[in-house]
Design a protein around this ligand. Structure first.
Ligand SMILES: Cc1cc2nc3c(=O)[nH]c(=O)nc-3n(C[C@H](O)[C@H](O)[C@H](O)COP(=O)(O)O)c2cc1C
Length: 251
């Protein structure tokens, strides 16, 4: 028998074209409440969501994310906030000093929890027929995001998501291929050879996919990845994290 949950997960794709129709209030609440069921490290719940339907705010977010036009056309934007401000309430209540946000472990924990939250949120939205795209681009201007959402110390927006009604074209677009399965899921130990061969095979497959889907002038997997990772991607992340009270060290 076909499994609906699996089918949804296997056919998911990022949606960057929306019809402009509204995400109903009831659906949005259901999506946010479902997202809240995501697990969190030690159940400390160090992730919060800030959602907005405000068109002006969403336009600003699109600009801050490096001028991503599709973001501005979404009906809703949800920011996933690493929130050690909440956990600090516990520390203060007991007269303790929280330092978790001043550690590499804390930043990693917050990022992992935020990623899990993002996935839960997007899966819930997709289950209701909406389209989403993760927007990490907002970290290009984390300082402006802090201001826009009035974020207190010990908080940081790790990522966000658009939500909207997908256009028919976007819904029917072919799924982006992935690296060969055996170079991704490895039994018992890491296998560098498989990973390298898989990357080469994928580079070829991805180019063919791009050619077939009419975007052949766009770069290959190697070009996209190597160009992006030649720098440290978003360049203010460390500065803004520090301004927000985070540190990356073993505290
Ligand atoms: C953490 C994260 C951040 C992302 N940021 C962006 C972004 O800023 N803009 C965008 O258009 N897509 C963004 N994406 C979507 C990826 O480009 C997309 O998942 C990838 O190309 C695979 O395509 P698919 O999701 O359609 O399978 C992001 C994905 C993740 C997981």
């Amino acid at each position: 028998m076909e499994n609906i949950a699996l089918k949804q997960l296997q056919s998911r794709t990022s949606i960057r074209e929306f019809t402009g129709e509204r995400v109903s209030d009831e659906d949005l609440e259901l999506i946010l409440r479902t997202a809240q069921r995501a697990p969190s490290s030690i159940n400390a719940q160090q992730v919060s969501l800030i959602y907005t339907r405000d068109k002006e705010k969403i336009e600003k977010i699109a600009q801050f994310a490096g001028g991503q036009k599709q973001v501005a056309t979404a009906d809703v934007f949800v920011a996933v906030v690493i929130d050690f401000n909440r956990t600090n309430v516990a520390a203060e209540a007991l007269g303790k000093k929280q330092i978790v946000e001043q550690s590499a472990e804390g930043i990693l924990m917050g990022a992992v929890d935020a990623g899990i939250m993002l996935n839960h949120l997007q899966s819930a939205a997709e289950a209701l027929g909406y389209g989403t795209t993760a927007i990490g681009g907002i970290r290009a201007n984390s300082d402006k995001i802090v201001e826009l959402f009035a974020l207190p110390k010990r908080t940081f927006v790790a990522v966000g998501s658009t939500i909207g009604v997908p256009s028919q074209k976007a819904k029917e677009a072919p799924l982006k291929p992935r690296v060969p399965f055996e170079s991704f899921a490895m039994q018992d130990a890491y296998d560098s050879k498989k990973v390298e061969e898989g990357a080469y095979a994928y580079n070829k497959e991805f180019k063919e996919f791009r050619d077939k889907t009419g975007s052949g002038t766009l770069p290959t997997y190697f070009e996209i990845t190597a160009n992006a990772y030649e720098k440290s991607y978003f360049r203010k992340t460390g500065t803004v994290l520090e301004e927000q009270g985070f540190r990356f060290k073993d505290a």
